[in-house]
Structure formats: structure tokens, C-alpha cells
Design a protein around this ligand. Sequence first.
Ligand SMILES: [Zn+2]
Ligand SMILES: [Zn+2]
Length: 576
Amino acid sequence: MHSKAGPMNNEQVVALLLELARGVEFLDDNPFKTRAYRKAAMAIETQERSVVELIENAEIHTIDGIGKAIAAKLEAWVQRGDFSALENVRSALPHGFDELEKVPGLGLKRIRTLFHEHGIASVDELLEHLEAGSLTGVRGFSEKTRAKMLDAARQIISYRGKYLIDATLGHAREIINQLEQGGIRAVLTGECRRGMEIYTHIDILVEAVPSWVDTAQKILGNDFVWKHEGEQLLVTAPGKPPVRFHPTEPEHAISALFMTTGSDEHLHNLRDFASEKGFEIREDGIFHGENRVALTDEREIYEQLGLQYLPPEVREGREIELLLAQQAHVPELITRHDLRGILHVHTLFSDGRSSLLEMVKKARDMGFSWIGISDHSESAYYAGGMDIGKITQQRATIEQVRATVPEISILQGIEADILSDGSLDYPDEILEMFDFVIASIHSQMEMDEARMTQRILRAIRNPYTSILAHPSGRLLLSREPYRVDLSIILDEATRHSVAMELNANPWRLDLDWRLVYEFISSGGKIIIGPDAHSREGLEDIEYGIMMARKGVATPQVCLNTREEKEIRGVLKGSWT
Ligand SMILES: [Zn+2]
Ligand SMILES: [Zn+2]
């Protein structure tokens, strides 16, 4: 839903047009209309100027792909906040349409059948019918299909109320910025501070200056609903993760930050240490006897307990964390500053949305000294994979871009599909041409565990493979990982000097950080890949760094930290 605060941006307009297109398509009244809405959405997506400005200057009609009827609709949205046409379409759709569309195998036609003939308007109702067996015998709903839908429906329900890292941190930072600008001191805490793949809410620690709630309400505006929950305040806005505000007195800010950061398990473990040393960790701070310990820095809490400081990312309550802290063996965790290069980058040569030049410039502007381009290989036809002609053409483009942007080195790599037998998508003569080869699974994910494991092992043993990408294949809140024995895969990767990708795309964050520490401890190397499909996608690297830190990764185990003169050899050969 569009927020009434502030003018609409192009992205919001595009989203509404696509929603309208989908709705009209489902209602099946007019295929021309559907196409026209999609065309208009595309036209705006590639438009540099804002829709608001185009309308104000009466220039919206001049955009190719926007006819009179759609221009009128956009004017209604942007100028009058009139969404009645959209509301009419929405109200004619099954109320759970968005979720029904996510069920694999449920196209518009089947959703129509379910809706019109069985009165099924949501995933919950679908689940009920499947469980009761009432779709048995219905055309297009074979036993196998129904079993798959049953799993999918349960999964979709389990994903509710959960948010990915980009949406969560984006929303959290926006709120903090607004509060700070309004003079209220606020910082991220809880899981947002520790870093996590999936979130149910945002925790923000806020300095409880007099009447801060009134001020904050004014700053954040009317989209937010405020609710007291004991000491805390729960603040919700439609479509956004709920925010939990933890008000604190300025003099308790340090211990409050520590306590709200958690995790519960970490605090529980620390309590045991504390009591041995005569300290007590309580809800309202750290105490020595009856005296509250005055703190100027969170580090002092750990010092007092005779422990090395643990950064927020490694406070998950794992045994290893406390052990490292006790033995003063917590290493310097990797930071953004340590990274020299970035790879796993798509361009217009396959399914990227930015040109090679744009990607290279953006990487340079982010301070990287090398970038590895890796478009899709030939069999990824759905992603515009490259044949030999395109590879040669890309090579020529890279030469040109080198001349234009000499400050950064460009490596030509490939994201090669692992075929069902574990071979890579190109013959050796072609693989040899690349500076690096990322091997990935993008198809046939339904294999049993033994076959999938063998398939990936074979890809790792391929002498041209430099990196195994997104090793579990999970898409967070959308697709479960495929069945594979990752411990065997990780061992074999280390043996063959194949780096494991820590895919930084918010949907993936794969390799799972929970597996990172053991992997690197036994000699494995990681590389953080944004899997960027646009310039902005390169910024996702931040999430990968967060996950690497949770895996207790140091600069040494992460190949992004290698200098340009070193990285080519490292990716082509072995690490030592
Ligand atoms: Zn991929
Ligand atoms: Zn990719």
C-alpha cells in the first residue's frame, strides 16, 4: 500500500502498475490492458526523471509506452491520491491472492479454478482442502501435485511475519535517521545489531528524554501505530517489520545496549561467569554487590568478567564464542575496510540490469581495486546465458572499459551451471579462457541427497572450478535448501582449493554462517559475493560481511581481501 506521507517515487508507481496488470490478468477481462500496464511499468522503470515531475510538467504523455488512459490513472494516484481503480481490482481478487501465487504449480488458471469452483481464496483455505482431501480427483491436481502444494502451503504459512535483512535494516535505519534528525538519540540493538538472515521485528534503543514519545510520533508520522508493551513500545506500519523501542535513561545506555543486544543464550552464559566473579547481570544493568557498575564502553563489561570483548555478531550463545573469549583468542573479524575486490557480478551480457561499464564504475566508486564479472553460462537460457560469441564480445567490451576506467582491474569470469551429472556447462577449452569459474546449481534441485552430493563433488573436482556459489540453494522465505551433504562438500572444497561463496544477496546469505567457523577452522576459504544484478546490488556485500563476521571469519580466510596482483593466481590455482 502506498504511504500517504510524501510524494510517490517511481519504484512505488511501478509496483502499483504491476499489481494492476496482474490483477487484471487474473480477472481475465482484457489482455490488452494487462500488456499496456506492464509496458508502462517498464517505461517508468527505465525512466531517469520522476513520475511526479513528468506529471507536473504535463510531459507524462510524451513517454513511449504511456497512453492517455494510463497517464490519467497516474495523475489520479500522484496528484489526488485517488486509488479507486486499483481498489476495485483488489477487491475482486481472492483475498489471499499474493500468497496463492507463490505456491509452485499454481498459475492464474488454477487459482481461478480454486477460487470460482471451490471457494478457495487463500493459502490457509488451500491447506484445509488439501488436508481434508477434498481436491482429490480435480483436474490438474494429481496426487503428486497435491503433495507438493501441501508442503508449499505449510512453508508459506511459516514464512508469515518474517522479513529479509535488506527490508529490515533499510526500515530500521530510516527510522533511526529520522529520530536523530529530530534530536532523539537512537541506536540499533537486538538481532539487527547482531545480524541475522531473517527478522520478525526491529529493536531500537532510544534515549528516554522527556516527552520523547510525543516527539517521535510527530517525526514518524501517521502511518505508524503505537502500542505500549510494559516498558517497551511496539510501533507498526503496514507492510514493514514492527519496531520495538527500548527506552533507556542516558546513564544506563551502555548496559541497556548490552542487555538488549542479547542473545538470551549469550546473556545466560555470561551470567554464570559473572556470578563467579561476584558480579550480577540484571535487567537493569551490571551490579557488583548492590552497586551498579558505571560503564563508559560496552567492552568494559567483558573486561570486568575477565573475558575478551565479543562483537555483537558473535553473541549467539555458541560454545565456541565463550571459549574464544575466555582464552583471549577472539580474532579480528573481517570488516568492509579489509575488502580489496568484489566478484559474482552480472551485467547486461546475461540477466543483469546494469551495463558492464556501470558495474565497474560503481565498484570503483565503492573503493574496490578489482572486480570479477561473472555472467551466466549457456545452459542458463532463462537468464540469457552466454554462448561463445557473446563471451568474445564481452571480452572486447572489457578491454574498452579497462581503457575508460583504468583505476580498477577487471577479471572476466563465468557463473557456470553445474549440469545434472556434475559436469560444467562448457568444454575445457572455453573454461580455460576465464580468469575464474563460479560453479552453481540453478536447475534440477529435486535430486535425492546422495545424487546431489555426488553432482556437486564432481563440479568441485573440476580443475577449472574456483568457487562454489550459493551451496545450499536456499532462497530465504521462499525456497528451502536442496538435499545435500554439505559437510562432505565443504571438506572436498578445501582439498581442491575451491572457495566457498558466502552469497550476500538478501534472499540467499548462503553458505549459512552457522557452518562457516568449522569450515575455515579446517582450512577452508570463503569469498563474499553480492550476486549483483544491478549497480545497487553491489551494496549487498555489506550483508555478506555481517554473515562472515558471525562465522568468526578473519580477513585471512576471505579471498576478497587479496590484492589484485595475487587474486588471479589464487582463483586459478591453489591457495598456498
Ligand atoms: Zn547463481
Ligand atoms: Zn549469480
